[in-house]
Design a protein around this ligand. Sequence first.
Ligand SMILES: [Zn+2]
Length: 65
Amino acid sequence: MIPRVECPTCHRQVEWSAANPFRPFCSERCRLVDLGAWVSGARAIPDESPPELTHPEDDAAPSDR
Ligand SMILES: [Zn+2]
């Protein structure tokens, strides 16, 4: 049984198999459309935290324990 996924671009059911190099998209066209959406900023891309804010506890940790 071949698992199926939904193409993120056209929402068609796609067979998730090695025969489909564009999975989870149904075709190269949909893959490119999705990539284009990313590039144009149509999708929300989560901000990466600045390095100095990644471990705030390290900064605030008391050194006189
Ligand atoms: Zn598609």
